[in-house]
Design a protein around this ligand. Structure first.
Ligand code: SF4
Ligand code: SF4
Ligand code: SF4
Length: 303
């Protein structure tokens, strides 16, 4: 069955498509940026757990964002976006805390009303796409789909060819300078196998990063958008949660408070390998036509 010819998109499980006969529920991230306070605990926890080398500070003089982008040494990137725009966000908008959850998490930067400045903060990460072009183009099998539906790169198999880098529609995966191999978020595969939540979600003090079964996260995110709209935050919208989008939906999706472009995200991402089969068919037809024309010309000249 083709990945792009699916009768039941909602129930599609990429792990089953990858050969797992009876995979567990697909796991993912819902990152609610309306709750992010920019503390960067997620970035630090990721580096700590996964032994990711330090990346230095990238100071532009234009922003408090000193990581700038996802790369081989930054598997989470907390974006700081400074905007002159009123932000109406009151304590009443804080989500109901689940039983036993951390409480008192009202983002300081989003408190207050009718200011003329706001910070948008968002912890970006690999999207663990349903149709992952990085995985499609990898010639060594270093990139693979896990039983949880996530996409992982194995550093001991990667040969550093770099094909995956331009294939990613989000510019996530990157080759590490001085090392030559490609790296990105693994959704802490080792922790998932041990029944633990990923390090970044564990460290997030406001539950901006929520980890769980993807179906549940999508339902929770829909309710959160309704809650924000009812409270007047009409710009709130989901990004990457729709299984009908150009990548079949993301395993890591977001609640944003402005257009995706404002956060440096492509507004309409499409898996870059979508048209490969058709391209090869056309190339094959062209090659056959060329051979036939050459043969006809040769035979004609001998007649
Ligand atoms: S976001 Fe990029 S690196 Fe991550 S799974 Fe999708 S294509 Fe691969
Ligand atoms: S899931 Fe793990 S590897 Fe991915 S960003 Fe979070 S801490 Fe890093
Ligand atoms: S996502 Fe959570 S841990 Fe990361 S910067 Fe925002 S509040 Fe802090």
């Amino acid at each position: 069955m083709s990945s792009f010819d699916l009768l039941n998109i909602e129930a599609y499980n990429p792990a089953r498509e990858s050969g797992y006969a009876d995979p567990p529920a697909r796991m993912g991230f819902f990152t609610d940026t309306s709750l992010c306070i920019g503390c960067k605990a997620c970035e630090v926890a990721c580096k700590e757990w996964n032994s990711v080398p330090e990346d230095g500070l990238d100071l532009t003089g234009m922003s408090f964002d000193n990581t700038q982008t996802l790369d081989a040494n930054s598997w989470r990137h907390v974006a700081f976006i400074e905007q002159r725009k009123p932000m109406r966000f009151t304590d009443a908008l804080a989500p109901a805390a689940p039983e036993g959850a951390r409480t008192g998490a009202i983002p300081a930067t989003q408190a207050g009303e009718n200011g003329d400045f706001r910070w948008l903060m968002a912890s970006d990460v690999c999207k663990h796409c349903t149709h992952a072009a990085c995985l499609d183009v990898c010639p060594t099998g270093a990139l693979f789909r896990t039983e949880f539906g996530t996409v992982v790169v194995q550093e001991d198999v990667c040969n550093g060819c770099g094909y995956c880098v331009p294939a990613c529609p989000y510019g996530v995966i990157d080759v590490r300078e001085g090392d030559g191999r490609a790296f990105k978020c693994t959704m802490c595969y080792d922790r998932l196998q041990g029944g633990l939540e990923p390090a970044c979600a564990k460290a997030c003090p406001t539950d901006s990063i929520q980890f769980g079964e993807l179906d549940e996260l999508r339902a929770r995110a829909g309710e959160r958008v309704e809650q924000l709209h009812a409270a007047g935050v009409t710009d709130a919208r989901l990004y990457g949660e729709d299984p009908r989008d150009g990548v079949g939906g993301d395993g890591a999706f977001f609640l944003l408070l402005d257009d995706p472009e404002v956060y440096g995200l492509p507004p309409d991402p499409v898996v870059t390998t979508r048209d490969l089969a058709a391209m090869w068919r056309h190339a094959g037809a062209a090659a056959v036509g060329l051979v036939a024309a050459t043969a006809a010309a040769f035979l004609g000249s001998r007649a």
